[in-house]
Design a protein. Sequence first.
Length: 169
Amino acid sequence: MSILAKEDILELIQTDPPLVQDYQDLDAQLQTNGFDLSLRSISVLTSAGRLALDNSNRVISRQEKLEFGADGVLHLAPGVYSIIYNEIVNLPRDVMALGRPRSSLLRCGASLHTAVWDAGYSGRSESLLTVHNPLGIDLEKDARVLQLVFSRLTRTSESYSGRYQGENT
């Protein structure tokens, strides 16, 4: 497995389908070691969820979308939120990705929790945002919050075909 560099990412963005689409500012978001994803929406969880032995008994927590103010900013109190990114990610069968919070988000007292972006996944992803700062955090719509790091796989036998394929598009 090898990590894709800026030039590799740009090359894949120029393919069909593009590795990343619906981005805000390619020059700002394309990084030496990844691609920054930006904030589209924030929701609060309104019900319990359930994970079970198999997916037939899985229940995903309901969410209620929060609205940004007229200035495009939303103040979040300490707690747990779900976010959706602006960008649609289209992973080829031989590329997977891992997301890490941008250091600026961490320095403001908030963190992101993500899952693996499996090879073959396509969609507008969601992540869990936790605000730890007792004073909360102000987030502006379209702020860059996460860096996605792409890895080329040494072998590919399967492509993602789960429930979240094509989500939020």
